[in-house]
Design a protein around this ligand. Structure first.
Ligand SMILES: [Zn+2]
Length: 334
């Protein structure tokens, strides 16, 4: 018998029946402290490592479940897909194929999910990015969906919350992806003009064109602990400035120290902090409290609702004066 026809013997080992039955993915290694974590516990802990508090990257739908009241989410602007107008390819790798593959992987159409939901009863408009879809990169669809979400806020007057998680602009869409930075920023400018609150939540990682546009334009910028947040990668910076970078560079804690983010909030506190911030910002809530007499004080800010309403009006007129003389593009052109 020729060795070519020899039947496969396989690897000798323990017979199957005596092996302990451990289903795949029961344990997960923490990428920060290398601790082996029980997956079920991790899920219960909102995907936060119990040893080092590292916040694991989670998909958009999981993140929405952390933030919103159960069953309050209504997805909007589905059905937008990239057309690959540049017919982009690197060698044999076509962008269109990559997109199709990413879509097949899950339920996502692109790297962001937009919609409307409620946080402790307070309605909000949200956009949550997802790193699982092409590294959360911002192409024309991501930009457009975020822009449409901001327009929803402009039309309804509801606060905007954007959760960022991205490697930056999508290089396969070249200039079209870079244009999304200007488009989203211009619309956020309109939101600001009308004093509609925008809360930006930065998760691990938020880099490149996303950091350089909407992610850093929040009225409040919240970061998750130990998240990598920056524009260019540390290696590129080190090579450019030819100097050793300080410890913890581009992490949330470093950015908080240097005034780039307002607050670091762990996932378990996020809903509470958002709720308090929304109460502080929204006039409706203040007025409602005043009407039903349920609260004379809003949150722990020390401001009475009527005082707050007056302050907001003042702020709107101040912003109007400040922006007199130049105008932002119309909704249609953005
Ligand atoms: Zn850990």
């Amino acid at each position: 018998m020729s060795w070519l026809n020899r039947a496969k013997r396989g690897v000798k080992g323990k017979p199957k029946a005596t092996r302990p039955e451990i289903p795949d993915g029961l344990w997960t290694k923490c990428p920060s402290c290398s601790e082996i974590l029980f997956r079920q516990e991790l899920e219960k802990n909102l995907w936060v490592c119990s040893h080092c508090q590292f916040h694991f990257r989670v998909g958009a739908n999981t993140y929405l479940s952390f933030l919103l009241d159960p069953d309050s989410f209504h997805e909007t602007h589905r059905g937008l897909t990239s057309e690959d107008p540049l017919n982009f390819k690197v060698g044999k790798d076509r962008y269109a194929d990559k997109l199709a593959k990413a879509r097949k992987k899950g339920t996502l159409e692109d790297a962001v999910v937009t919609g409307r939901g409620e946080i402790e009863g307070a309605p909000v408009i949200l956009a949550v990015m997802d790193f699982n879809f092409m590294g959360g990169s911002m192409g024309s669809v991501v930009g457009e969906k975020i822009a449409r979400g901001i327009r929803d806020s402009l039309e309804s007057g509801l606060p905007q919350i954007i959760v960022s998680q991205s490697g930056g602009a999508r290089m396969q869409e070249s200039i079209l992806s870079l244009m999304q930075m200007a488009k989203t920023s211009a619309l956020l400018g309109k939101l600001r003009e009308r004093a509609i609150p925008f809360i930006s939540i930065l998760t691990h990682p938020t880099t490149g064109g996303v950091t350089a546009s909407f992610a850093m334009l929040g009225d409040i910028i919240i970061a998750e602990p130990k998240a990598l947040i920056g524009f260019a990668g540390p290696r590129v910076i080190q090579q450019t400035i030819q100097a050793e970078l300080p410890e913890g560079f581009q992490r949330s804690e470093f950015l908080l120290e240097h005034g780039m983010v307002d607050r670091i909030v762990s996932r378990s506190d996020l809903r509470h902090v958002l709720c308090k911030s929304l109460r502080f910002f929204t006039k409706d809530e203040a007025e409602q409290n005043l009407e039903d007499g349920s609260a004379e004080i809003v949150g722990d800010t020390g401001a009475s609702p009527s005082l707050f309403a007056a302050r907001r009006e003042e702020e709107v007129s101040r912003r109007r004066d400040a922006t007199a003389g130049y105008s932002l593009p119309d909704d249609d052109s953005a």
